[in-house]
Design a protein around this ligand. Structure first.
Ligand code: FES
Length: 332
């Protein structure tokens, strides 16, 4: 197994032959910076000082031309071919509270939530389902090159890894998941990952904003937070294009405090919303109108399509929400 050394320090760790440089560092308990895990965000950039690596994705969007010219690589895409020395700034905030690991899991149930969102329930063969509410895992789907990141919707207490996954039109991975994977089939799951998890020490009110399969991590956070809300309030916003995209209310209604401390605000963004009597407009606008004054005093979690996440972030910055109170993982 290749040994990775951090230039100018005594820090060294081993990287399994089929692992990436960044994930092996996280498994070793080191704070290697990252976010998306799929080559998009660029947070895991490092400099290769010595040794050889191969990149899993030939042209990952997280690496610019300038990065390439400077010899930078992506830790989440780099597989070392021999011992390497690298330069990267490790940061304590990226140190995993639960070191990620690969688990064989079996599909034990599915359930359609909307016309394009389905719940998938996997049971780990090793019995391990420990993760923080809001985190994600990488699924290795047979027939699909590379792994895909999906957020969990449960809290892991039930011994399962559950996901709410939106079928992407023409998407190879979701097509395989929806069409080819059957009950009792086994796949490999690698996790948990992600920094946008529930801040259990915070005493602030909570706001969750979700769109599409962003519902999954937000439901996980709401489920965990509901157990210890005390006198706090949780506002849950969910945005869809049309009425048939709207979901999540039944999951929230099961939680203690629904209707008193937990409030659900669904919104549709298009005019084709026949029979829809709820909020209309983009979810970030609806949230700004309803709870805008309170935003800077809240812990805010959001997940959804890139355009939605970007609009929410911009709105929160305009409303002067401190960066440390915004929690999201960038996927695009
Ligand atoms: Fe590697 Fe996002 S590009 S973590």
């Amino acid at each position: 197994m290749p040994v990775i050394a951090l230039q100018g320090t005594d820090t060294k760790w081993t990287c399994a032959d089929d692992d990436t440089l960044m994930r092996s560092a996280l498994r070793a308990g080191l704070g290697f910076p990252y976010e998306c895990n799929v080559g998009s965000c660029g947070n895991c950039r490092f400099e290769l000082v010595e040794g050889e690596i191969e990149h899993l994705r030939a042209d990952p969007p997280g690496l610019t031309e300038r990065d390439r010219d400077r010899g930078r690589r992506l830790g989440c895409q780099a597989r070392p071919l021999n011992d390497c020395t690298i330069k990267v700034r490790l940061m304590p905030r990226y140190k995993s509270k639960i070191p990620p690991a690969r688990h064989a899991v079996e599909l034990v149930g599915t359930c359609d939530i909307t016309h394009d969102i389905r719940q998938f329930r996997f049971r780990p063969l090793d019995g391990s389902s420990t993760f923080l509410p809001g985190q994600y895992a990488l699924l290795e789907i047979p027939g699909v090159q590379g792994s895909r990141a999906y957020s969990m919707s449960n809290t892991g207490c039930d011994g399962e890894w559950q996901f709410l996954i939106r079928r992407v039109p023409g998407g190879q991975a979701t097509n395989r998941l929806f069409e080819a994977i059957e009950l009792k089939d086994r796949i490999v799951l690698d996790g948990p990952y992600g920094m946008a998890y529930l801040q259990e020490d915070s005493h602030r009110d909570i706001i969750c904003l979700a769109g599409g399969s962003g519902l999954s991590p937000m439901i996980s956070i709401a489920r965990a937070a509901a157990q210890a809300l005390g006198g706090r309030r949780l506002d849950f916003f969910f945005g869809g294009r049309t009425a048939r995209d709207i979901c999540g209310s039944d999951m929230l209604e099961e939680l203690p405090g629904f209707g008193s401390s937990i409030h659900y605000h669904p919104a549709v963004s298009t005019s084709e919303a026949e029979g829809w009597n709820g909020y209309r407009g983009f979810v970030h606008v609806v949230a700004a109108n309803l709870v805008g004054q309170r935003l800077p005093d809240c812990e805010i979690y959001f997940a959804g399509p890139p355009a939605m996440a970007e609009a929410v972030q911009k709105m929160l910055v305009e409303r002067k929400v401190p960066a440390e109170q915004m929690h999201f993982d960038q996927f695009f």
